[in-house]
Write a protein that binds this ligand. Structure first.
Ligand code: ADP
Ligand code: ZN
Ligand code: ZN
Length: 722
């Protein structure tokens, strides 16, 4: 009899011992009794002894044999994350798995997912096959060249699954065990690289073992082209895998489509939160078996099993969505770097506006800087950026006269304009003109936002909502006014000024439906839209050739935020939205409405000078003692009772001070949003001058030992939000 030490999804920092008569291996999934339940766990270690009393050790209910065990490499990666982010190992391991693998039912055994032509299929003359069965014809043509996996066939068409069933039924194809590997991974539409692109590709290819590169180039400078060339070279070596990490946005399907179109013969698997459980499991297994050679995914895909991984690319590495904000608060970019190091392979971080951490590392030589200095297409020049002072111009409900005139010109030229709205501080709230009452949320420290459509006030922090009151609850005055106009107000102003114009509002509400968003993109591409009004989501990754004007309505609040990263984010956002203007042959223009036209951030933006901006920011951060010059961890707590929160944090602080280690322990302070859904929130920041010192401290800081009833707390290592 042997002992297995099992990771379970239980928030305790330990493994759980069980006995088994069968031979178990690390990485294998097991079903075990826990309390009165049966739970799925993962075997982390197999031993012969246990610290527990022999009679208390329960036997494993079932060892699962429905898939390959997790690799030692993945288990190591998960152990590292558990240790680095101070999160219990069980939840770390289990949350890395697709939901289906976490259920206590074994997976159904499926027939092999590979197909080949049957005798009848081989004898078939395609000319005699019905022309209208387009997908079936393409499948038959592909299988005539050799057997293929379901994933490969799904690469031909999304409906391949249903068509395969029909072909099986008609007897033209059959299941088989082996797939003929595609020897050639065709790269479609490859450009001859510019010298800078070629240098970047060469540098990565010549890397021996682990190396981290920052590919820094403005939007349109040809970073994607560098990625596909690098991917192609890896694929050409045969059998190896590439992991392409992309931000968590509703663009993943388009990106996938784009990369699939560049590599039509290559099998892909995508991993993101938009997939059904079944799809996610299937794609995960394709990555695990090595059948999928390109794995494209959002942050969770950094934990995919990739036995032949040879290259990692992180696109838009600065994007906030790479950091998970609950549970295991990991940065997928940082975990990806650890993973590349662990495997001894190169990793490329790409961005037009890298995070200052990454940029600093590239400048100090820890990473290698690869620069693309201009736009790849000679005709596409960078947009001209101008500021308009909102205090010295006529404003129409938030839109300046200057901007309206510019829009007018575009409409006359049949070009498109985009009005970019910074969501923060922009949602309209209700104010009483008599006493100054504001629509505060009664459960939070925030304000409730006015939704005109259904005449409601809604809190965006806790979801609390009420009908719009007809009179002020404080003084009874009936004159309640919205302050801070929302996207709907903007739309009204525009429609009044340009009655003929076709205006499209693109925000989270209007794009919740995938189909609707697809239709909107088509409308924009067909130039059936004159003015786009939108938030963050429009800034990213779209290519709208007729778009030549971007108006930025209200960027200033980020300049004076209490979060030291706010300027960095604003610069990235504005550079990105500016990158939308003038991608094709038409030059673009950006108009920023601001009360501070001489602010260094806007100046740098006008000169397209990320380096200058970054240098100034880094100098400031060094002076102030902020990251990347220090390493931080944030302890957050929230509870209904204020005394609980501050009591807990003060005890944690005392415990930290008593350790007398090389860290700076700041004071206990209220969170940026001090109250949410009736819970009082506060935090405690720890800083150290090296990562190592911080890690040593965090390991010694026994937070579990502190009493914490009626209280939620979390530790965030390398926090991004303040
Ligand atoms: P980024 O990823 O940096 O935004 P892309 O790789 O998408 O840039 O390139 C921008 C545009 O320039 C695309 O239309 C692309 O096809 C084109 N392009 C990229 N590299 C080259 C090249 N070497 N020669 C010609 N066109 C190129
Ligand atoms: Zn009032
Ligand atoms: Zn609220």
């Amino acid at each position: 009899m042997s002992i297995v030490r099992v990771a379970l999804d239980i928030p305790l920092p330990s493994l759980f011992d069980y006995s088994t008569e069968e031979l178990a291996v690390p990485g294998q999934r097991v079903i075990v009794p826990f309390g009165r339940r049966q739970m799925v766990g993962v075997v982390m270690e197999c031993t012969l002894t246990s610290d527990m009393d022999a009679e208390r050790i329960k036997p494993v209910t079932q060892l699962l044999h429905d898939g390959a065990p997790l690799s030692a490499e993945l288990l190591d990666l998960l152990r590292f994350c558990s240790d680095y982010y101070r999160h219990p190992i069980g939840p770390v391991v289990l949350s890395a798995l697709p939901t289906r693998l976490r259920s206590d039912k074994p997976l159904p055994v499926k027939p092999p997912e590979n197909y080949s032509l049957s005798v009848a299929g081989a004898a078939l003359n395609l000319d005699d096959f019905p022309k209208r069965k387009v997908v079936q014809r393409r499948i038959l043509a592909r299988l005539a060249a050799g057997a293929a996996s379901l994933t490969q066939l799904k690469g031909i068409s999304a409906t391949a699954g249903a068509q395969l069933k029909a072909l099986l039924q008609d007897g033209y194809i059959e299941h088989c065990d082996e797939v003929v590997a595609v020897a050639e991974h065709k790269l479609v539409g490859a450009h001859t690289l510019t010298d800078e692109q070629q240098d970047a590709v060469d540098a990565v290819e010549q890397a021996k073992g682990y190396a981290c590169f920052l590919l820094h180039g403005v939007t349109g400078s040809g970073k994607t082209e560098v990625y596909v060339h690098l991917m192609h070279d890896v694929l050409a070596r045969g059998g190896e895998q590439v992991l392409l990490l992309v931000p968590e946005i509703n663009l993943t399907p388009q990106l996938e489509q784009y990369f699939r179109s560049r590599f039509p013969d290559t099998s892909f698997a995508s991993l993101h939160s938009g997939l059904s459980e079944g799809e996610r499991l299937h794609n995960w297994q394709q990555a695990q078996s090595g059948a999928a050679q390109i794995v494209l995914g959002t942050r969770l895909s950094v934990f995919a099993e990739l036995p032949r991984l040879a290259l990692i690319i992180v696109d838009e590495e600065h994007d906030g969505s790479f950091k998970q904000q609950d549970g295991l608060r990991y940065s997928a970019r940082d975990v990806a770097i650890f993973r590349a190091n662990q495997r001894g392979i190169p990793i490329v971080l790409g961005s037009a506006t890298p995070s200052l951490e990454t940029y600093h590392n590239a400048q100090s030589g820890r990473y290698r800087m690869l620069k693309l200095s201009g736009r790849a297409l000679a005709a596409a020049t960078l947009p001209q950026v101008r500021c308009v002072n909102v205090n010295h111009t006529v404003m129409h409900h938030g839109i300046s006269e200057n901007l309206l005139r510019d829009i007018e010109q575009r409409i006359a030229r049949r070009e498109q304009s985009l009005l970019f709205i910074n969501r923060r501080g922009y949602a309209p709230v209700l104010m009483c003109s008599g006493c100054g009452w504001l629509s505060n949320c009664k459960h939070c420290a925030g304000k409730m936002v006015l939704h005109l459509k259904d005449r409601r006030l809604r809190c965006h922090h806790c979801g609390y909502q009420i009908r719009v009151p007809t009179a002020c609850p404080e003084c009874g005055n009936a004159d309640l006014k919205p302050v801070g106009s929302g996207t709907q107000r903007i739309e009204e102003v525009l429609q009044e000024r340009f009655p003929e114009a076709r205006i499209l509002r693109v925000d989270r509400d209007s794009t919740r439906n995938k189909r609707a968003w697809q239709e909107m993109r088509e409308q924009i591409h067909a130039n059936e839209v004159d003015i786009l009004v939108g938030t963050q989501m429009l800034a990213k990754g779209h290519d709208f050739p007729a778009l030549t004007l971007v108006g930025v309505l209200n960027p200033d609040s980020a300049l004076y935020s209490s979060d030291f990263r706010a300027p960095e984010r604003l610069f990235a956002q504005l550079a990105q939205v500016a990158g939308r203007a003038g991608r094709a042959d038409k030059p673009g223009e950006v108009l920023i409405q601001t009360a501070f036209p001489d602010h260094p951030l806007y100046r740098a933006l006008q000169r397209h000078d990320f380096d200058g901006f970054a240098a100034a920011q880094l100098a400031e951060r060094q002076m102030a003692g902020f990251p990347p010059f220090v390493y931080q961890a944030m302890l957050r707590a929230e509870a209904l009772d204020e005394n609980e929160v501050f009591g807990f944090l003060n005890k944690a602080r005392t415990a930290a001070v008593e350790l007398k280690m090389e860290v700076e322990i700041l004071g206990v302070v209220p969170a940026a949003l001090p109250r949410r859904a009736n819970h009082v929130r506060a935090q405690l920041l720890i800083q150290a001058s090296t990562r190592k010192a911080l890690q040593q401290f965090l390991r010694a800081w026994r937070l579990d030992a502190l009493p914490a009833q009626k209280l939620r707390w979390s530790l965030d290592v390398d926090p991004q939000e303040f």
